[in-house]
Design a protein around this ligand. Structure first.
Ligand SMILES: Nc1nc2c(c(=O)[nH]1)N[C@@H](CN(C=O)c1ccc(C(=O)N[C@@H](CCC(=O)O)C(=O)O)cc1)CN2
Length: 281
């Protein structure tokens, strides 16, 4: 079997084109969707993602600001800036790029962002709204994955979905979204015993562990749809997913590549959430 490659870059471009009308309608009303991203420290990968967000927003004529803080910035300083941005009526979205330096408590920072401007969908009240089935903002990566599955007409009703990784930003919201669509969902974590016994059952397998190529073809059910959320840069500078692509592509019916899979969808869904925030404001 040769798997269909789910092209996240192409789908992201298609969604961008579809957003053009909504952006124009807002502009006609004098509203320019505006996002501020806060970047703390000098993690090179985070710098790449923040630049990519900024370029995507500005290319579409949206307002984007990046506030860069040194790694030693205090938590209180950061919270004060967020409170100031919460009160800025011209601003629709606030995003704090993760991970944050260790001396800063991520949950405290995220929960200081106004839930109405939390376009990442990470605020505890937005996480709760997703859990109770009435989401305000859906976290961008899992939202993008659902759009990729839709683009392939994958039937989620009654399907066995396995999510490997239980983070607040991907694994947990991913599981909720799959469950909402009628899938039977298993979440695996680093303590899961006999991981293969779970992954082998999956009609839809989502891997978000941050461990390069940990899922191999022999762990995958023939015909499964495989979504690789991992982005790991090797010593050779090349990007690798959490799935070993070559062996997985021989077993799966469809698979996302790295790069060019879930990553570009994360950015375009941020665009969707920010436009939605501007429409509601
Ligand atoms: N506040 C947030 N922090 C983080 C999030 C998030 O959604 N909100 N997700 C990730 C990083 N991330 C966005 O922030 C992100 C990661 C990767 C990509 C992407 O397009 N990747 C490209 C490859 C880029 C490269 O060369 O490195 C691809 O996969 O094709 C976009 C966004 C953690 N932090």
């Amino acid at each position: 079997m040769t798997a269909t490659v789910i092209d996240g870059k192409a789908l992201a471009n298609q969604i961008k084109e579809e957003l053009a009308q909504r952006i124009q309608t807002l502009k006609n009303k004098g509203v320019i969707p505006a996002l501020t991203v806060i970047l703390v420290g000098d993690d090179p990968a985070s710098a790449v993602y923040v630049n990519s967000k900024h370029n995507t927003f500005t290319q579409l004529g949206l307002k984007s600001d990046v506030l860069r803080f040194p790694a030693e910035t205090s938590q209180e300083e950061l919270l004060a800036k967020i409170r100031e941005l919460n009160n800025d009526k011209t601003l629709h979205g606030i995003l704090v790029q993760l991970p944050l330096p260790k001396h800063i408590d991520t949950n405290t920072v995220i929960d200081t962002i106004s839930p109405e401007k939390d376009v990442d969908g990470f605020h505890v009240s937005n996480a709760g709204a997703l859990m109770t089935g009435n989401p305000r903002f859906i976290p961008c990566t899992p939202y993008g994955v659902i759009k990729m599955l839709e683009s392939q007409n994958v039937n989620l009703k009654g399907a066995e979905a396995v999510v490997v990784g239980a983070s607040n930003i991907v694994g947990k919201p991913m599981a909720l979204l799959l469950q909402k669509e009628g899938a039977t969902v298993t979440i695996c974590n680093s303590k899961t015993k006999d991981l293969t016994s779970h992954t082998k059952r999956a009609d839809i397998l989502v891997v978000a562990t941050g461990r390069p190529e940990m899922v191999t073809g022999d762990m995958i059910k023939p015909g499964a749809v495989v979504i690789d959320v991992g982005i790991n840069r090797g010593a050779d500078g090349k990007l690798k997913g959490d799935v070993e692509y070559a062996s997985a592509a021989q077993v799966a019916s469809a698979i996302t590549p790295v790069p060019g899979g879930v990553g570009p969808m994360t950015i375009v869904m941020l665009l969707v959430n920010t436009i939605e925030a501007a429409e509601r404001a």
